[in-house]
Design a protein around this ligand. Structure first.
Ligand code: GDP
Ligand code: MN
Length: 381
């Protein structure tokens, strides 16, 4: 889960990490009144869940009211990597000479939190990582010891030689680590971290991502969630006991069991098709669940054919077949459906399906190939 820069900075402030004075605005008028209270110059920054806003034109310095108006008009409503800008942050403009990068993330190889630091921060940090990786210092943090002042000092000396800055950095790094741990973050980043004219460290930007699986114990963070349209569907699917993840393909899949759902997508890919989604409807034969699953698939305009793959273990295939029939009777489905039933009482299940003149197949390979064939047919029409 991602949050906005202004929300990350609110968390930073709570841990007394210095950030710029700023205000979130939704309209140009709000920007202009924020400018009155903050004073000139200001920086106007798009608040979207995407990085590289600066390069995309979503961060603008304004020295006059007129420039602020122009920047606000330009940035509000702008599209950045598929996100429409609905709000901007108006921040007090700051003068600085150098941009530093600091960030914390989880390194799955070392199975620790790593702290990254570089004196080559700024909008080109991705290029630095690619072309000059040695310029980014990395430190594993021992989970038992945490960010000790010894380690924080060692990192700080990589960036600064001035003692006052090192002292501020040690304090800042320890706080950042505390934030990372306290909020179940998967990423905490300041880019750029700058030195003001008064010689103070200041977080000019802030970025935080979180572990979705920890949100059950992070209710304050979870409240900040702004799901995309696709994520909204995934959340509502979850509420009705379905696990749904949208993909870009054209074959809508409905499967009982997560492992089988993965295998189904693999087999579709293997035969040259493309799955439109991952969908695990779980172990029940409840028609209501099938209806909800079907509605999810039908709502996706990319779906040209539906492939239902059920393996009956404890769930009996004849029960599932009856559930499917009830569901299909209740709704209008105007795209082809392929049904594969296998396992307990599969024969009875297939007989029930065949009675309704729905195409049935015996193997997963046959199902995938038939779905791909039907899909080609429907795209030709
Ligand atoms: P990002 O591109 O999404 O990472 O957005 P940032 O908030 O990091 O802004 C991009 C760049 O704009 C920064 O690296 C700075 O160079 C510049 N910038 C941001 N805020 C200020 C500011 O207050 N003063 C000045 N002079 N430049 C700023
Ligand atoms: Mn940045």
């Amino acid at each position: 889960m991602k949050i906005h820069e202004f929300q990350s900075k609110e968390i930073f402030s709570r841990y007394s990490i210095p950030v710029t004075a700023e205000k979130v605005c939704y309209t140009t008028d709000e920007v202009l009144s924020a400018v009155q209270s903050l004073g000139m110059p200001v920086v106007i920054k798009a608040q979207v869940h995407a990085g590289g806003r600066g390069k995309a034109g979503g961060v603008k310095l304004a020295k006059t009211i007129e420039e602020a108006r122009e920047a606000a008009n330009k940035i509000l409503g702008m599209d950045i990597k598929g996100y429409t800008v609905k709000k901007v942050l108006v921040a007090q403009g700051v003068k600085f000479n150098a941009e530093f990068y600091v960030g914390l993330t989880i390194d799955r190889n070392s199975k620790t939190v790593v702290f990254m630091a570089s004196s080559e921060g700024g909008v080109e940090i991705e290029e630095v990582a690619k072309e000059n990786p040695a310029a980014i210092h990395k430190f594993s943090i021992d989970p038992d010891l945490g960010m000790t002042s010894f380690l924080a000092r060692k990192i700080a000396f990589k960036l600064f030689s001035d003692f006052s800055l090192v002292k501020q950095a040690v304090d800042l790094f320890q706080k950042l680590y505390q934030i990372f741990m306290d909020t179940d973050a998967s990423l905490v980043e300041i880019n750029p971290l700058v030195i003001t004219d008064e010689g103070k460290l200041l977080a000019l930007d802030a970025k935080m991502n979180f572990d979705d699986n920890a949100m059950y114990r992070q209710s304050a963070i979870e409240k900040l969630n702004e799901p995309t349209e696709d994520e909204k569907k995934e959340i509502s699917a979850k509420e009705s006991g379905l696990t749904y993840i949208r993909l870009d393909g054209s074959i809508g899949c409905m499967v009982n069991g997560a492992g089988l759902a993965m295998a189904t997508m693999d087999v579709i890919k293997h035969f040259g098709g493309s799955p439109a989604n991952f969908l695990d409807i779980g172990g029940s034969s409840n028609p209501q669940k099938v209806i909800e699953a079907m509605n999810l698939l039908l709502a996706d305009k990319n779906v040209k054919v539906i492939m239902i793959n059920i393996f009956g273990g404890i769930t009996r295939c004849d029960d599932v077949a009856r559930g499917l029939i009830v569901a299909l009777d209740e709704m209008k489905v105007d795209i082809p459906i392929v049904i594969r039933l296998s396992g307990t009482n599969a024969e009875e299940g297939l007989r029930i399906i065949a009675e309704r003149n729905l195409p049935t197949v015996n193997s997963l390979s046959d199902a995938a190939q038939l779905a791909i064939k039907l899909c080609e047919n429907c795209s030709e029409n």
